[in-house]
Design a protein around this ligand. Structure first.
Ligand SMILES: C[S@@+](CC[C@H](N)C(=O)[O-])C[C@H]1O[C@@H](n2cnc3c(N)ncnc32)[C@H](O)[C@@H]1O
Length: 895
């Protein structure tokens, strides 16, 4: 496994890896014109030369070395192995294909290859463990009641609370960043190519460009606003967005690039599911054909979504999953089954009944209407005993006084001996002239799942739905169970509220999930952290989930199959006296009662790493792309000109005007005037494209701005290191000029594809967590204990320098690291004020944990804690827009 650095260890990563270049097969390029401006004509002519050359060779007409075709820039466009290959490629040039604006110009694209940095480590087990001082056991221990609880050395939580552990200490991963960049990092920084078993991708559906996102962590009622609505709500940050410059054309480019990288990540036996609506199912299937090859198409699944869209035509009630294999010949596939329910899919032929007294008869029309069948009777189907085609050896069969033979052009399904055995087993029934086999529903109580999922409607959503564009877990559960085994790796590059991660966690699969937006990641983090699951027994506890789950055959008192293994008794197995086959129901593993399982540890990562000191001596990072960096600065400047309104929270804004690059600047990116502000210009500095703003960058920029008599410094970036953040707050006293941190939405990094966003939503200023950090009164001899109170969030107005305030119990989440190492944030206590987020766990641990534990975790005061080795704590607040704000305090600062 490649190095995954902790954030803060950036200096080692100053030399970036070169960007990776991905190429498309030019024979699929969109123009069929042989004199077009792309290279199709030359390619065709080159293939003809290949054919001539190869034809001169002896069979099989193959070249010793593949012949290579390059474009004018020297890029490798195609290669040819010999005659057959050349003919195939030539034929492909004439095939119909999906074309869109920009496709022809995009025969290759580059993606920066960046390391992923671990920013935060979280573990539900660790959080509960931290609070063990509040367990009933601990309290009883204080009262001297130890013995009651067995081994006092062992925390009681161990006995009831578990998480799956993976070998090699694998930790699941939630990654902030653009899926293209992150997948490229997984491929080329970490060498994860070929290691992912299944990819679930639920991209924006590519409809209503410019709408449809969830702006705030706790606001779920935004569905399909239009742009006009958004201007009236300038506070919204676009956490979910379908805004694309060329509409569907941009969308197709966006999706194809991502599918290409997804394919490289998949194991040879792996598969991908793409969730899409009927608007674009056809174009996306074309894309998948192009990237995966039509031969690897597996299935299109229609699944029922919420209700019906009102329509003057047929109501639309389904969304679709397009399933492709990396290589269909090697696909890992586990058949799923549904329980047979008389009268429903897979069980419509069970129209006979065997009553308790042995009497057999057809169900009455009334019985079939409601499928009300007496409990003590058995349902069966009268199954044909012959198949098509005459057999010369067939003989009439005498049964129960009558003589039967296959009618017309048919033959017996089994031998005379087999028929005799079925007679002995009392498995035959006459229906008029025809003899039939009695096939009880219980012989095979399940039916294979088909590609029509009508049982996936989201009912009673609203409060239960964690995210506007949430996928019903059942849908993803099926995809996971069909294509992976416990311990396999599942990837979702469109995390949203983390349904795939949640489902993977539940089913003991390892997971990686990616999202560009912080709001969904904040929701996903809370969802995973506070989830509880059944404990599925493992075949081998020491080997973890990859040893597989345990499945048993079990029947309830009524004789119904309720275990994970069910019989599959067939006419053949009975007639030939062979042991019946069995089916494993992978969704019904054995559950160990009495254990609450929580999510295993996971980390939050980002591509945001290297605090680049732009220009100046640290410029070596740009060796590989100085031009790119220039264009990045130009782009940011352009964005700032078009979107000069900086959102400061609390409805406050600052509008910049006359924005221009400063003359002869070392560190600064722009200067501007503030509308209705001072008569003197302010300075602006942009943070790096793929990095966090460093303390040194702020310092240098601050010094230059001060020296040049600017009145204020705005530091605009995608991420910032805690120390740099602190310096900004103290900039006036430390450097002599006040400074303000302005967080730019990561969507800006998506480059040209995205339409310019509504200007007011591009930059927003974040504040600092306002905490109280105090020492608790200490009894002689006891260790010092501390407590943190979350008082709220201060958002600064940099013009007036007045803060506005969000109350502590009004932040969606806050986290405490009681021993912050300056690099990675370890969430030792995690709070979701005024919510029932921890309720599941609270219920599960009712017997062992005091109520007060959960009061802490739903409030604004931490549980008491001891200081750690690093002598400092960190408090992180997640604001309503998913922004993360960190404050660091040394133990010495405690009141
Ligand atoms: C339709 S939602 C997924 C919802 C998810 N299935 C669930 O159950 O919550 C799509 C998500 O993809 C994210 N997204 C869109 N473009 C992205 C990109 N280029 N990279 C990473 N995430 C992206 C959006 O922020 C959004 O959260």
């Amino acid at each position: 496994m490649a190095l995954r650095p902790e954030v803060g260890t950036q200096p080692q990563f100053r030399k970036r890896k070169p960007p990776a270049t991905y190429r498309y097969d030019s024979s699929l390029s969109p123009s069929l014109e042989w004199d077009g401006k792309n290279s199709v004509r030359e390619l065709g002519e080159w293939l003809l030369v290949c054919i001539e050359d190869a034809a001169k060779l002896p069979p099989p007409h193959e070249f010793a070395e593949p012949s290579v075709f390059r474009d004018e820039a020297g890029h490798r466009v195609a290669e040819c192995r010999g005659l057959r290959d050349a003919v195939d490629q030539l034929k492909r040039l004439g095939r119909p294909f999906l074309n869109w604006a920009g496709k022809a110009e995009r025969l290759s694209f580059e993606v920066p290859t960046l390391p992923l940095f671990v920013h935060e480590r979280l573990s539900t087990m660790a959080i509960v463990e931290t609070l063990k001082a509040h367990t009933k056991q601990a309290r009883d221990a204080q009262l001297g009641m130890f013995e009651l609880f067995g081994d006092p050395q062992r925390p009681i939580t161990d006995q009831v609370l578990k998480a799956y552990e993976y070998r090699d200490e694998w930790v699941n991963r939630m990654i902030l960043g653009d899926s293209l960049v992150v997948m490229n990092s997984l491929l080329h920084y970490e060498g994860l190519g070929g290691q992912v078993q299944m990819i679930y991708i639920d991209p924006p559906y590519g409809v209503k460009f410019g709408v449809n996102f969830q702006p705030l962590v706790r606001k779920r009622d935004v569905a399909h606003n239009d742009d006009a609505d958004m201007t009236r709500e300038p506070e919204m940050v676009k956490a979910y967005r379908d805004t694309w410059e060329l509409g569907l054309h941009s969308y197709l480019t966006y999706l194809r690039d991502r599918l290409l990288l997804a394919r490289d990540l998949l194991h040879q036996s792996g598969s991908i599911f793409v969730q899409i609506s009927d608007d674009n199912v056809h174009t996306v299937r074309d894309l998948l054909d192009e990237v995966f090859g039509p031969e690897n198409f597996c299935q299109i699944i229609s699944f029922r979504k919420t209700g019906g869209q009102s329509s003057s035509l047929l109501a639309s009630i389904s969304d679709y999953l397009l399933m492709y294999a990396r290589d269909k010949d090697h696909l890992k596939y586990r058949q799923l089954f549904l329980e047979k329910v008389p009268g429903q899919e897979g069980a419509t032929n069970y129209t006979w009944i065997e009553e308790q007294n042995g009497n057999r008869r057809a169900l009455t029309a009334e019985e079939k209407r409601h499928w009300a069948i007496p409990a003590s009777s058995k349902i069966f189907q009268a199954y044909p005993l012959f198949s098509e085609g005459k057999s010369p050896t067939d003989a009439p069969f005498v049964w129960n006084g009558g003589t039967y033979e296959p009618a017309g052009n048919n033959h017996w399904k089994t031998t005379a001996q087999g028929l005799a055995r079925l007679t002995a087993l009392d498995r035959l029934i006459a229906q008029g002239e025809t003899l039939r086999f009695i096939n009880y529903l219980s012989d095979y109580p399940v039916t294979p799942l088909t590609n029509n999922w009508s049982d996936t409607q989201i009912s009673g959503y609203g409060d239960k739905k964690p995210y506007v564009v949430w996928t019903l877990p059942k849908v993803i559960v099926r995809c996971v169970l069909m294509t992976t085994d416990p311990g396999d790796l599942v990837l979702d590059p469109t995390c949203g509220s983390g349904t795939t991660a949640y489902v993977a966690e539940q089913w003991g699969r390892r997971w990686i999930t990616i999202d560009t937006s912080r709001v969904p990641l904040a929701l996903a983090r809370q969802r995973i952290l506070t989830a509880t699951f059944p404990y599925y027994a493992l075949k081998d506890e020491t080997r973890g989930p990859s040893s597989g789950f345990l499945y048993l055959r079990k029947q309830n008192r009524k004789g119904e199959e309720v275990g994970g293994i069910v019989p599959h008794i067939t006419l053949g197995s009975l007639a030939h006296d062979e042991p019946a086959e069995q089916e494993v129901l992978v969704d019904r593993p054995e559950v160990t009662e009495g254990i609450t399982r929580v999510a295993g540890p996971f980390c939050v990562e980002a591509t945001i790493p290297t605090p680049v000191d732009w220009d100046g001596e640290g410029g070596s990072e740009h060796d590989d792309g100085a031009d790119d960096y220039g264009s990045y600065l130009d782009r940011m400047l352009d964005v700032l000109r078009r979107a000069p309104v900086l959102q400061l929270g609390g409805g406050n804004t600052v509008t910049l005007k006359n924005i221009r690059p400063p003359a002869k600047s070392l560190e600064l990116s722009a200067e501007a005037m503030v509308e209705n502000g001072s008569e003197h210009p302010v300075a602006v500095v942009f943070g790096p494209e793929n990095g966090a703003v460093s303390e040194r960058s702020v310092y240098e920029a601050g010094r230059e701005a001060y020296a040049k008599s600017y009145v204020h410094l705005y530091v605009i970036g995608f991420a910032i290191q805690p120390n740099a953040r602190r310096l900004i707050e103290e900039c006036e006293s430390a450097v002599g000029i006040p400074a303000t941190w302005v967080a730019a939405t990561p969507d800006l990094m998506m480059g040209d594809l995205l339409k310019t966003m509504r200007s007011s939503q591009i930059f927003s200023v974040c504040g600092l967590p306002d905490i109280r950090f105090k020492k608790l009164p200490q009894a002689a001899g006891d260790p010092v204990q501390y407590e943190v109170t979350m008082r709220g969030l201060d958002v600064f107005d940099p013009i007036t320098m007045t803060p506005s305030h969000i109350r502590g119990d009004d932040v969606p989440a806050w986290l405490l690291d009681t021993d912050y190492n300056g690099l990675v944030f370890h969430g030792s206590q995690v709070f979701f004020p005024r919510t029932g987020a921890w309720d599941n766990l609270k219920k599960a641990l009712k017997a062992t944990h005091d109520e007060s534990v959960w009061e802490h975790l739903a409030g604004t005061v931490s549980a008491p804690f001891e200081g750690g080795l690093h002598g400092q704590i960190a408090v992180k607040v997640i604001d309503d827009r998913g922004n993360e704000l960190i404050v660091v305090k040394s133990l010495a600062e405690a009141e």
